[in-house]
Design a binder for this molecule. Structure first.
Ligand code: PLP
Length: 376
């Protein structure tokens, strides 16, 4: 139940990319047959990713991860448009891939506005309008939050950016594969996704760079990816991402309603069986697979360890910050009291979860919470 951290590789994806580790191992820059075969596999994958994101194949740049795609977007715009202005707008609930990239730019002379969110994790659209100035060059907002699943109003934010002639970057790493994504409709000039959140392996991501968006590359070298991202391509990973996009597109509606029903059962079971719990995130605008729940009087790490002993994998906050004692920046921004935030778990469901898994969780969790509360 930790699919927002990473997901198992889909068997259909594995089947598609394994040949590229065996017989079809060419370097796509080579002129010979093996190279040409690898090159055409990349272009086929690019078309699938573009279809999935609602953009043109020429607009898709493959990267090593969602983090790299976010870095490429934010630093690339900052470098290309820094002469025109140095103001960037984002929110307080972004993933560290964006937050820490902003921090880096701030230390290098850029002015960053980090907008607050409300109790549900939603930013105020009016504040976007208000903070844009003549020197604003970029708005960067995530599509869905990795910790709470809250879906942010990216279409409206994209429209505001377009009205003011500002580039909009959308970190869609958690949304991709869970809800439909449409680059064009949300006016996203840049949009990042990551393979390992959606059935492809770790180590592959993509950035949609819409035609007309000025972006400087930040990895220099060969002319791969039309000079936008140097380095010999991860052919197997790219093929995997293409296939994962194709499979997700075919099943997104049925899977999201199946998984949404499991998540709803999980939440209702917790609310019915355990006192003093609180569900975090926007109940209406939320990824169907994610439940973030605070258990008053419990430490999340103890809950996590006890569930682990039962064979159930969950997360306390984001995977990247688990293991540290810091309170989640997302829950803090939402105004969740620190004591309650320290007792918050993220359950994130996916393709291989069944109703039996949810019942197993609901069978053991009340006892664990009761035991931990008695100890305090
Ligand atoms: N953005 C969001 C919203 C994420 O949840 C993650 C990963 O958890 C990333 C970016 C980074 O993606 P990757 O793990 O591919 O670097």
């Amino acid at each position: 139940m930790d699919y927002n951290a990473t997901a198992p590789v889909h068997p259909g994806v594995l089947e598609a990319f394994l040949p590229f580790y065996r017989e079809s191992f060419g370097n796509p820059s080579s002129i010979h047959m093996a190279g040409r075969r690898a090159k055409s596999a990349i272009e086929e994958a690019r078309e699938k990713v573009a279809r999935f994101l609602g953009c043109e194949p020429v607009e898709v740049v493959f990267t090593s991860s969602g983090t790299e795609a976010d870095n490429m977007a934010v630093k690339g715009v900052a470098s290309a448009l820094g002469g025109r202005g140095k103001h960037i707008v984002t929110t307080r609930v972004e993933h560290p891939a964006v937050l820490n990239t902003m921090l880096h730019l701030e230390q290098n002379g850029y002015h960053i506005t980090r907008l607050d969110v409300d109790r549900e994790g939603m930013p105020d659209l009016g504040q976007f309008e208000e903070c844009i100035t003549g020197s604003t060059i970029l708005i960067s907002v995530m599509h869905a939050n990795n910790e709470t699943g809250t879906i942010l109003p990216v279409r409206e934010i994209g429209a505001i950016a377009a009205r003011h002639g500002v580039v909009f970057h959308c970190d869609a790493v958690q949304a991709a594969g869970k809800i439909p994504i449409e680059c064009r409709e949300m006016n996203a000039g840049l949009l990042a996704i990551s393979g390992h959140k959606m059935g492809a392996p770790q180590g592959i991501g993509a950035l949609a760079v819409r035609l007309g968006v000025k972006l400087h590359p930040f990895i220099h070298g060969g002319s791969q990816e039309r000079n936008r991202r140097a380095g010999t391509e991860n052919v197997a990973g790219i093929v995997a991402l293409g296939r994962a996009c194709e499979l997700a597109q075919a099943s997104i509606l049925s899977e999201s309603s199946r998984i949404g029903a499991l998540r709803d059962r999980l939440e209702q079971g917790v609310l019915d069986g355990i006192p003093d719990v609180r569900i975090n995130g926007d109940r209406e605008h939320r990824l169907p697979n994610t439940a973030n729940i605070s258990f008053a009087g419990c430490a999340a790490d103890s809950l996590l360890a006890n569930l682990d002993l039962e064979g159930i994998a969950v997360s306390s906050g984001a995977a990247c910050s688990s293991g540290t004692q810091r309170v989640s920046h997302v829950l803090t921004a939402m105004g969740v009291e620190p004591a309650l935030a320290r007792g918050s778990l993220r359950f994130s469901l996916g393709r291989e979860n069944s109703a039996g898994d949810v019942e197993h969780l609901l069978g053991v969790l009340p006892g664990i919470v009761e035991r931990l509360r008695k100890r305090r």
